[in-house]
Ligand binder design. Structure first.
Ligand SMILES: Cc1cc2nc3c(=O)[nH]c(=O)nc-3n(C[C@H](O)[C@H](O)[C@H](O)COP(=O)(O)OP(=O)(O)OC[C@H]3O[C@@H](n4cnc5c(N)ncnc54)[C@H](O)[C@@H]3O)c2cc1C
Length: 371
């Protein structure tokens, strides 16, 4: 029997879930708040790990296409201290496919393929019932499903149907800006950044630059601060934000600070997380995956986990022998265990990267990076 299944959200998790179901010829409704795939800038680059995001793409039949689109050279990582001295300069071998990078927009388009997403559908509430759950939309309509999967990110509306827990602030804020055409317009910065990522760590703060395709670079100023300290800053008032950031990184070497000199807009990203593990008493007809289930610090795991969870849940529904509810229960147990582990690892990692002792970041790098 084919169940009526909806997934809320067309991020990496929701799209992978829908795409794997589609591969198995299983119908699924994708409801997305954005009015079109390109309604918002897609965000920075993602590294997809061999046993996580890449495994999910394999289940979706998309691994070869991903490997053709991705940037293995983007795995390169250079670490400096605030004087500009190079502390580590790691480059992948040409055949290294452990964690290649892909632009989020390219990943979205790859996953979208033939999927029929219902754009502009803002879900306001998911109400579990006797048989499945009701999805309520901002336009006043509502629709019943046998299973609703909340893949609606950090501030999930679906989460309220299963858990009263909300994300809390980590004490670390990112302020994001970007550089375009870096090789042509800022060749010195292009050389400094290299093919992948550049990270500069100081006391309780850091500057990170990540190369995307087409000479686009995302720059993240990272620091510990009370949640409200920068809340009133208008990201569009680039000069005001730049002045505050340059104050914060006062004394750092000029070539490093140049990362902050060219951005025309800034985005304020206070980092929030859910407790790890975040579990809930099972609710028939509703489940969560990805950031909706286990928001954690952005240390390279969130999208990977969301995708693998999407693929695993879809496979269990399409090919599992048992009842729909049994498949969801088994999925939740597995997700909680794995995501809880990653949540603890990434939370500890954030403490060490944005730390009173910048040497901690180097130790962490040496622990996780192959020599
Ligand atoms: C700066 C930064 C860098 C990162 N780098 C990495 C990395 O390198 N590797 C990695 O694995 N992870 C990374 N992450 C984490 C990663 O971005 C997230 O974990 C991932 O996007 C989660 O995917 P998701 O599908 O669960 O949710 P999301 O990507 O947040 O997608 C949720 C979707 O749901 C939609 N939606 C939300 N509410 C509603 C609603 N009410 N109704 C309908 N639709 C709705 C949204 O519009 C969105 O399309 C990074 C995060 C940040 C902030």
């Amino acid at each position: 029997m084919r169940h009526r299944i909806a997934v809320i959200g067309s991020g990496p998790g929701g799209l992978t879930f829908a795409r794997v179901l589609h591969c198995h010829g299983y119908p699924v409704t994708v409801l997305e708040r954005d009015t079109a795939p390109d309604a918002r800038p897609p965000g920075g680059t993602l590294d997809l790990h061999e046993g996580l995001g890449q495994l999910a793409l394999e289940k979706a039949g998309l691994l070869a296409e991903f490997l053709a689109l991705s940037r293995p050279e983007g795995q390169a990582m250079r670490i400096l201290d605030p004087t500009g001295a190079v502390l580590r300069d790691w480059r992948p071998r040409p055949d290294d496919r452990a964690n290649p990078e892909i632009d989020r927009g390219d990943l979205r388009d790859l996953l979208l393929g033939p999927l029929d997403v219902r754009w502009g559908q803002h879900v306001t509430e998911v109400v579990p019932g006797e048989e499945g759950a009701l999805v309520r939309l901002a336009d006043g309509t509502q629709e019943p499903f046998d299973l609703v999967v909340g893949a609606d990110g950090a501030w999930s509306r679906t989460r309220r149907a299963v858990s009263a827990v909300t994300p809390h602030y980590t004490g670390v804020t990112f302020v994001e800006t970007s550089l375009d055409d870096v090789d042509t317009r800022h060749p010195d910065l292009a050389r400094l950044i290299g093919d992948g990522s550049l990270a500069v760590y100081g006391v309780n703060r850091g500057l990170v630059a990540q190369r995307n395709s087409g000479g686009h670079v995302k720059v993240y100023a990272q620091f510990r601060a009370p949640l409200d300290r920068y809340a009133s800053l208008d990201g569009a008032d680039a000069e005001a934000v730049r002045t505050r950031l340059l104050d914060l990184f006062d004394g750092w070497a000029a070539p490093v600070l140049d990362l902050l000199h060219h951005g025309t807009t800034f985005v304020h990203r206070p980092l929030h997380v859910l407790p790890a593990p975040h579990t809930w008493p099972h609710v028939t007809g509703v489940t969560l995956l990805g950031d909706a289930a286990h928001l954690m610090p952005p240390l390279g795991a969130g999208a990977n986990l969301a995708m693998l969870e999407g693929a695993e849940l879809a496979e269990a529904i399409a090919t599992g022998p048992g009842e729909l509810d049994d498949a969801v229960r088994a999925f939740e147990e597995r997700m909680w265990e794995r995501a809880g582990r990653w949540g603890r690892v990434t939370t500890a990692g954030l403490e060490r990267l944005v730390s009173p002792d910048p040497a901690e970041a180097l130790v962490l790098f040496d622990e996780v990076q192959p020599s």
